[in-house]
Design a protein around this ligand. Structure first.
Ligand code: KG4
Ligand code: ZN
Length: 357
């Protein structure tokens, strides 16, 4: 039996301090041996968003015991780890620096390779943690900082088909929640409130619905909700706003995903049509079921990460580390934090929206 690589993953790009140990079985299926996540929601709640300085301090306080716990819980010995993979970007530079420095020091002390990981690539590969996933696939990445359709052709090979031209989808959920008086991060609460509301009560805008290819825009929604929220009289109004917002997002994603299907098919020769959804907002069950419906209608196989691996975690960072380890793609210990690090570095000019992001 050949010895399989054991990878330590570290994530600290925003407000989650996380560490994970993964390996794979004889068939090459990844096995998550431990996955420790410490959220800072309680710290940032009262400020209505993530405060970088406080986030970084908390990472510094916790990183040591989070990594220790990941190693202890995994059942392996520290000297069995073959490589360490840390998120190097995108994210808050003061936060990235904590996990990155810890990972580099760990690699140096243990004399093992260091691997830098793009956080977005972590989300992109997160479905591999529980599903067999063949390239190419169409990826919808919907998180607190990003909303993109990407054609994924292999490890490190991404072509951006569309992106948001203003707010990210998770940000739109969080801002709507804030206007309804829900503390940060309110995205998951919107989904719950929406269950009790009338989705037809408020007509909300659908920016660039019929233009801009599969680019997305959510800023106009926030402005519309700001106006409506000034007249909130009772709890039912809140339910109705949440339901109308949730339904509008579903309509936008339904339409834009159809456009993305066409663009994906025009840039790839496909044997199988595969659609992957990842990032924190992929935990939204109504968005999931709408996307499953259109996948079925368009003969796409749909793949979602498990709900607990949609948000930020280190197992997805270790997953990228594992793939890079297998092709010996290691990095030097002077690798910098990259607060802005697009997945598709050669394709920054977007057709349709006419903007450079
Ligand atoms: O991927 P993630 O954990 O962090 C980033 O990389 O940004 O995504 C966090 C975002 C937050 O904006 C959060 O409100 C949103 O995902 N989110 C949700 C749900 N669960 C998390 N949005 C809508 N419905 C949910 N169930
Ligand atoms: Zn993320």
């Amino acid at each position: 039996m050949s010895k399989k690589p054991i990878i330590l993953g570290i994530e600290s790009s925003c407000d989650e301090t996380a560490a994970s140990i993964i390996t794979e079985n004889e068939q090459g299926i990844p096995i998550v041996l431990s996955n420790i996540i410490s959220s800072q929601d309680e710290i940032h709640k009262k400020f209505g968003g993530v405060v970088p300085e406080l986030a970084a301090r908390s990472h510094i306080e916790k990183i040591d015991w989070i990594v220790k716990k990941a190693i202890n819980d995994s059942g392996i010995k520290i000297n069995e780890i073959n490589a360490v993979a840390s998120t190097a970007g995108p994210g808050l530079v003061v936060c990235l620096s904590v996990g990155l420095s810890f990972g580099k020091s760990f690699a140096a002390a243990m004399n093992i390779p260091f691997i830098s990981v793009n956080h977005l690539e972590g989300h992109a590969l997160s479905p591999k943690l529980n599903s067999k996933l063949d390239y190419p696939y169409l990826l919808l990445l919907i998180s607190g900082g990003h909303s993109q359709y990407l054609s994924v052709r292999g490890l490190g090979s991404y072509r951006r088909l569309g992106t948001t031209i203003d707010d990210a989808l998770g940000e739109a959920f969080d801002k709507t929640a804030k206007l309804l008086g829900i503390k940060f991060p309110g995205g998951p609460q919107i989904e719950i409130l929406a269950e009790k509301g009338d989705p037809k009560k408020f007509k909300l805008p659908k920016p660039i619905f019929n233009k801009g290819g599969c680019n997305l825009s959510f800023a106009g929604l926030k402005t519309a909700i700001l106006k409506i929220s000034k007249n909130i009289k009772n709890q039912q109004d809140r339910y109705d706003i949440a339901a109308s917002f949730q339904k509008t997002i579903e309509d936008i994603l339904e339409k834009k995903t159809q456009v993305a299907f066409n663009e994906f098919e025009s840039v790839n020769r496909l044997k199988n049509k595969i659609f992957v959804v990842a990032g924190g907002v992929a935990a939204n069950k109504r968005i999931r079921s709408m996307l499953i419906k259109i996948c079925n209608e368009n003969n796409y196989k749909h793949i979602f990460p498990p709900i607990n691996l949609c948000g930020d975690n280190a197992a997805m960072i270790a997953m990228v580390g594992l793939e890079k380890f297998k092709i010996k793609k290691f990095n030097n210990l002077d690798y910098p934090a990259k607060p802005r690090w697009p997945l598709d570095e050669n394709a920054l000019f977007l057709k349709g929206a006419g903007v450079i992001l």
